[in-house]
Design a protein around this ligand. Structure first.
Ligand code: KG4
Ligand code: ZN
Length: 345
């Protein structure tokens, strides 16, 4: 295995990020720097990410963030082996900023460029943090994605399930909004839920019991809206009870959906080399109740539950640098400079 050191760039949503990651000949990896600038303050007044604002903020911040990432890593551009930049999926304005910057640096410094799929970054993070071996299952739950993915190898992914409507983080955000809680909604709902009665409302658990591994959350959101309207004006206790009941419905849903995914994994890989594993990633992975649900489910099914540290579960450039490194290590050819960003991928 050659020694590799990669500069990563991430601009697909509302985080501007740059990082340097390396792996030595023995396979030991090191995060040399991990710089993230969240645009949360710029978007919170609008109750969500505004694409135009996001793109402009990336333009303003990215150059300095990259310089900062190199400085903190104590390396010059000459000392990195390649540039990895997110090329999709995501908001097209942000993707353009990050990918074009990556191309310009690659061209100017004479380094190869790896255009990385953002989801691949999330999918491979557990190999950096926990040295996980292939194959494993990954549940990605963020503001934009809800997917259950079989990770077979670098560049080998099978989507086993996805949401047919809202992403899970989106369901949290929309529920918070209609309850008058601040953006982003996930942490606010979780906080309120602690003091609530989870048995007060019997919210729907979409697709529970179905053989397919997809998710659906828009009906849940509608049921929350209906319940809130029925008992308005809402007291703090009402809000807490709704939040707790909402989270319980989601826990039950995940238990069913992911439980089926674990069973399918066992059927497809009856004799894996090591203990099978489920990795969770995305901002919703911060939710302690959902974590506990997944942990219990894994314990029951003989799976190892892997939750990388939160700053590597949410959007960051370490995962992009790492995905580029993994691709480079397989000997895969880099991308050419005419590679285009892909909003949907
Ligand atoms: O991965 P992420 O930081 O950004 C992207 O969506 O790419 O995820 C953000 C999402 C938001 O929808 C936010 O409400 C949700 O993660 N979230 C949570 C919690 N913390 C953040 N959802 C539930 N419980 C939480 N504690
Ligand atoms: Zn993400």
């Amino acid at each position: 295995v050659p020694f590799l050191r990669i500069l990563g760039i991430e601009t697909s949503c509302d985080e501007t990020a740059a990082a340097v990651v390396e792996r030595d000949a023995e396979g030991h990896s090191n995060v040399l720097s991990d710089v993230v600038l969240s645009q949360l303050d710029e978007h919170s007044a609008y109750g969500g990410v505004v694409p135009e604002i996001a793109a402009r903020a990336h333009v303003e911040a990215l150059d300095e963030l990259i310089a900062e990432a190199l400085k903190r890593a104590n390396v010059s551009l000459d000392e990195v082996d390649a540039i990895a930049a997110t090329s999709g999926p995501g908001l097209i304005g942000g993707l353009l900023v990050g990918l074009m910057t990556g191309k310009a640096i690659a061209r100017a410094a004479g380094k190869p460029l790896y255009a990385v799929n953002h989801l691949e970054g999330h999918a491979l993070t557990a190999r950096l943090t926990d040295g996980l071996a292939f194959p494993y299952l990954m549940l990605l739950v963020s503001g934009g994605h809800t997917q259950l993915i079989l990770v077979r190898g670098v560049g080998q992914y099978e989507r086993w399930g996805t949401t047919i409507d809202d992403a899970l983080g989106e369901a949290f955000d929309k529920t918070a909004k209609l309850l008058g809680l601040p953006y982003p909604g996930g942490p606010a709902v979780e906080r309120m839920a602690r003091d609530g009665n989870a048995d007060r409302f019997d919210f729907p658990r979409p697709l529970v019991g179905e053989a397919r591994l997809d998710f659906s959350f828009s009906g849940l959101k509608t049921a929350v809206r209906q319940a809130a309207q029925d008992i308005a004006p809402l007291s703090d206790q009402d809000v807490a009870d709704i939040c707790a009941s909402f989270q319980k419905a989601i826990s039950r849903t995940l238990k069913d959906r992911i439980g089926r995914g674990l069973q399918r994994f066992k059927t497809e890989f009856p004799a894996p080399g090591e203990e099978p594993a489920l990795v969770v990633a995305g901002g919703v992975a911060a939710n302690l109740e959902l974590r506990a649900t997944l942990q219990a489910l894994c314990d029951k099914n003989g799976f190892r539950f892997v939750a990388p540290p939160l700053h590597l579960c949410t959007d960051n450039a370490v995962m992009i640098a790492w995905a580029g490194l993994e691709r480079m290590a397989t000997g895969a050819a880099p991308d050419t400079l005419d590679v285009q960003p892909r909003s949907r991928w």
